[in-house]
Design a protein around this ligand. Structure first.
Ligand code: NI
Length: 199
């Protein structure tokens, strides 16, 4: 039986957009040994500390093609796993239906904007032991597979927005930046400031 890699990791600071590692394609995973497993455990610990549904290796500063996810599908069923070297297969023709739900990113915390993406996605790759896998996602899980694979190709969802939506996203994130210490989630998120009196 494969090792449980969802426990035993160390929470790491989450890398923000603007750091070079977030904006360049990653190296494929070629060794499925201890170094990878340590990284994957740290990614699980970090994703859970940040209460995220997915996390790519670039978000802990590592230039390697692996993501973890713990995310509900359109029926509310939570799926969890590890995907190395992901390749997306998206529906085409009459099977292609776009969903324009709001999207956020742990590497730009506090900003949410609508991004139209196919509501179904298949991802192919390898698990943490190098076995080939193929996973099918619906709803938020389909969005997660696309968002995390984008990260490993050096694309952040802000790159997929119009200039106007991108400005709004940046404003939202800067308004809430005070809540996220530089090493978040190693240091916890600060509580929301009280509303000014008289409002
Ligand atoms: Ni992200």
């Amino acid at each position: 039986m494969a090792e449980d890699l969802t426990t035993g990791g160390t929470v790491r600071p989450i890398t923000r957009w603007g750091a070079p590692v977030m904006h360049a394609p990653t190296r494929p995973v070629t060794e499925f040994g201890d170094d990878l497993h340590v990284l994957v455990r740290d990614m699980w610990a970090t994703m859970r500390a940040a209460e995220g549904v997915g996390l790519a290796a670039t978000q802990v500063g590592e230039d390697v093609s692996v993501f973890v996810f713990e995310c509900p599908d359109e029926d509310g069923v939570v799926h969890r796993g590890v995907v190395c070297n992901p390749e997306l297969v998206l529906p085409t023709g009459k099977d292609r239906e776009l969903d324009a739900s709001e999207e956020g990113c742990l590497s730009w915390p506090g900003g949410y904007q609508s991004v139209a993406r196919p509501n179904r996605a298949t991802v192919r790759g390898h698990d943490a032991d190098g076995e080939p896998i193929e996973l099918h996602g619906t709803g938020l899980l389909a969005r997660c597979f696309q968002h995390e694979t984008d990260h490993l190709n050096g694309t952040v969802f802000g790159d997929r927005l119009s200039a106007r939506a991108r400005r709004k996203l940046d404003e939202q994130a800067s308004e809430l930046a005070y809540r996220y210490p530089d090493d978040w989630p190693v240091s916890p998120k600060a509580s929301a400031a009280p509303l000014p009196s008289g409002e």
